[in-house]
Design a protein around this ligand. Structure first.
Ligand code: HEM
Length: 170
């Protein structure tokens, strides 16, 4: 996990302490429930209207309403609010939950582009909170990219018997 965090910092340019600066202020108490619902609604409106079909299609198996709820419940829980996500769905396990999707650097950049637009459309979020949130998003997006690369690597190693116990038997 530490290695993934380091890789995420390297790829995103966000130091770990900046990514976790969301923990130094209770953003849920500061911004309130409705602000998070609005942010996720704005974000997924952008995603589901994306003129770049390759990105839009990543979300084709989810309804927009479900995706919005999943996201704002996670954000609220992670940013100082009640554990809504855990109560409804259990562990967040973000790398595993993104397992079915192509989480590439290009997808991370597009995700962040839409999140930047959603934040720009949220005048009720002050600049300091936006900076903290965006650093967290950026770091997490590349954490997921790094996690995907690691998972793919392990799959290859498993499939072709390179490394691990098989090396000793060859
Ligand atoms: C869910 C894609 C980054 C948090 C999803 C879903 C997709 C997706 C297709 C399924 C929609 C749903 O049914 O909820 C991506 C892509 C990303 C990305 C392409 C680019 C790197 C992020 C980041 C975060 C995040 C940076 C957190 C800061 C979540 C959460 C869910 C989710 C909490 C709900 C998971 C569930 O309950 O199954 N994502 N995501 N994602 N994503 Fe992402």
């Amino acid at each position: 996990m530490q290695a993934l965090n380091r890789q995420a910092s390297c790829m995103s340019g966000v130091a770990h302490e900046d990514a976790t600066a969301i923990d130094n202020v209770n953003l849920y108490e500061k911004l309130g429930f409705d602000t998070f619902v609005k942010l996720s609604t704005n974000f997924y409106n952008e995603v589901y209207n994306d003129d770049q079909q390759w990105f839009r299609s990543i979300f084709a198996n989810s309804t927009k309403d479900d995706a919005i709820q999943n996201q704002y419940e996670f954000f609220i829980q992670r940013m100082g609010g009640p554990p809504l996500y855990a109560h409804r769905k259990g562990s967040t396990a973000l790398i595993a939950r993104h397992g079915p999707y192509p989480i590439t650097e290009r997808a991370a950049a597009r995700w962040l582009f839409h999140m930047k637009t959603a934040l720009d459309k949220s005048p009720e979020i002050d600049l300091d909170s936006k900076t903290r949130m965006f650093n967290f998003f950026k770091h997490t997006a590349f954490f997921l990219v790094a996690g995907k690369e690691l998972t793919n690597h392990h799959r290859l190693v498993g499939n072709y018997g390179v490394g691990g116990r098989h090396m000793g038997r060859a």
